[in-house]
Design a protein around this ligand. Sequence first.
Ligand code: TXA
Ligand code: MG
Length: 538
Amino acid sequence: MKTIIYSMDEIEQAGAVIRAGGLVAFPTETVYGLGANALDADAARRIFAAKGRPQDNPLIAHIADLAMLDELCHDIPDTARRIAERFWPGPLTMALPKRAVVPDTVTAGLQTVGIRFPSHPVAQALIRAAGVPIAAPSANRSGKPSPTTFAHVFADMNGRIDGIIDGGNAEVGVESTFIEFVNGKVRILRPGYITPEDLAEVVGAENVEIDGAVLRGLSENEHPRSPGMKYRHYAPSAPVIAVLGANGDCAREIRRGVRGHTGAAAIVCDEYVDLIPCETLRVGRYGDYAAQAHRLFDALRELDRPDVEIIYAQCPDDRGVGLAVANRLKRAAGFHVVNARHLTVLGLTGSTGAGKGVVSHALADAGAKIIDCDAVYHEMLAHDAAMLADLQAEFPAAFEEGRLDRKALGRIVFRDSAKLERLNAVVHPHIRRHIAALLDELETQGTALAVLDAPTLFESGADQTCDFTLGVTADPDVRVARIMARDGLDADYAALRIRAGKPDGYYSAKCDFMIENNGAPEDAECAARAVLKKVILQ
Ligand code: TXA
Ligand code: MG
């Protein structure tokens, strides 16, 4: 089928197509709709075919004046009229008892029909040009995010429908608020730009309810009030994870999630875009729900590509229009929602003799909880039954009467790098598990900042749980002098120690922040405080 593109000056022609039973996509203030004559069952059937939409998912009818409302519906509650007066024309749809003129195909057999009076001038002009109410779902292929631009509609519908009116970008960006009336109350089946608070201004907060399916997934056999709620929706092909929490907490959570994952992409608020180490789309300032609503579907579509394997998306809270954005995002995520960790974890590592201890003390003085990973390891060698059992299975010769002889273990791995590797393979997972438990505890206590002080931060994989990493180095001659003073070694032996460690450049290549500790301790402390300022995100 050849799809004709109409400009906004060609609405009369487009209206004639609809009157004749054809399908024309058109802009509204929320999203693009796929329109057909709402009084013509055959035309409505074509909508279902073009979208690939299940037959049991009803369409809403768009009107351009209140006379049309009375032609399509009966027994309209007074509350509905008051709400219409306040919010129409605009992004609000009401389910009302339908008259016989509305075909059952349109309502999928329901006795109510969703009525919407859009404010978009092109939508209104099209309805008037057609001379009939227009049944229109969003103009996307079923399951995909609703289209907010002409390009989205063209991508989904070219060749499947008679025409598309090119009317620029939809302003609101999420579909209309959908309400029904039950026992004198207003129930929100789908949140949108008209918020619960807005509706409460007309009918009182005690008369506004939010349907359960808005906030959570439906269970297997649950019957939704709104048929559309039961389908996976708005979803790009890659799985989506919705991340909830304060702005900085979300940024860190997403950063940890995507790090080292080549197929990862992210959708975040503007403030911390630069922190996320993968393809990242911004959707507006934190708390600017209208901007996020406007951008969300476009972002989800942009990431609907074979090379994108997982999408982390920052989810707003449920206030105001945030409710609508969060609802769409959670559905796109199949209700895979993660609460962002509040605790910031800074990994601290560095070369021997560089003066990591000075930095660690400065961070503790500034209020950070320090986890000394060496001490944790030694504690675990003494008491961690699970780790000791695995060690005994791997190194039976290091155990005597069931007790670990640490010196014997040291001798076994000292000159045998393969054995040392085995040892690390056994203990590192246990250490990571233990550290994760310690961090969980700090998170529960509401701690803001923890420092993982670990000489083998990267080798042990403990860096994975860190938000940021800080390396401390110093020039070799400085380090030699420090090792001599600290451990009472001679210069040759101290130099040997340094050569046994990581080469120069190892830490600077891996760490987010570096401190070159060649000067006085006060300089290192000052540098440590500067790093703290950068990792505390608000
Ligand atoms: O902003 C919008 O509402 C856009 C533009 C084009 O107007 N339209 C739109 O339509 O989003 P659609 O079909 O994509 O979504 C309508 C939703 C569906 O989930 C459907 O199941 C539900 O409303 N619905 C329609 N009629 C209903 C009824 N009588 N009772 C309960 N839910 C209904
Ligand atoms: Mg839709």
